[in-house]
Design a protein around this ligand. Structure first.
Ligand SMILES: Nc1ncnc2c1ncn2[C@@H]1O[C@H](COP(=O)(O)OP(=O)(O)OP(=O)(O)O)[C@@H](O)[C@H]1O
Ligand SMILES: [Mg+2]
Length: 171
């Protein structure tokens, strides 16, 4: 699914990553280990589109995505999550998911006055989808809990859930 072909990134004289090749199969769980300063984070950043490699190529599902930016990789299904999750800690788990889909009609002040029905029905649909994701993540019992109170692992699950909500078209 992800193919890294002879990728390098040089910062001036520092060869942070130097000629890495690897293949990640669909459905696999792959780890990357190495000593401090080995270049793991830099390689992640290259694959996630934060950096363009000095040389080498990245393929995603067979497409050459070298130099693609994170927002271009996202619709192709690639997203980087972080060691420290970035939830909105005072919003509930459900609210954290509901705020993800862009272009909701309730974002426009005028709509909240003149198209209240549309705003409400859209919000209800988004809420329903959020609850489906919450069930899938086995976080049902925490749907109304402030996201800041989740454990580290639960926050990671929430972050993955937010990714799946990004694919929703505005209803
Ligand atoms: N933006 C940068 N500019 C210059 N050098 C950098 C930059 N980012 C990383 N490096 C250097 O590249 C090398 C690899 O760093 P990187 O952060 O990728 O290592 P790492 O494997 O993630 O290490 P750790 O296990 O400590 O997180 C290090 O020598 C680091 O100092
Ligand atoms: Mg690192």
């Amino acid at each position: 699914m992800i193919v890294v072909e002879d990728v390098a990134l040089h910062f001036g004289g520092i060869r942070a990553v130097d000629g890495v090749s690897l293949k990640i199969e669909k459905g696999s769980i792959t780890g990357l280990i190495g000593p401090n300063g080995a270049g793991k984070t830099t390689l992640f950043n290259i694959i996630a589109g934060v950096y363009t490699p000095t040389y080498g190529r990245i393929f995603l599902d067979g497409d050459d995505v070298t130099g693609f930016k994170p927002h271009q990789l996202f619709p192709k299904g690639l997203l980087r999550t972080f060691q420290i999750a970035h939830e909105f800690f005072s919003l509930t788990v459900r609210e954290n998911l509901m705020m993800v889909p862009a272009g909701q009609s309730g974002e426009t002040l005028m709509n909240t006055f003149f198209h209240r029905g549309k705003v409400a029905s859209e919000e209800q649909q988004v809420c329903q989808k959020a609850d489906e994701v919450i069930d899938f993540l086995n976080l049902t019992h925490l749907a109304d809990a402030p996201a800041g109170t989740l454990s580290g692992g639960q926050k990671k699950l929430l972050e993955l859930g937010r990714k799946s909500c990004l694919n929703w078209a505005a209803p």
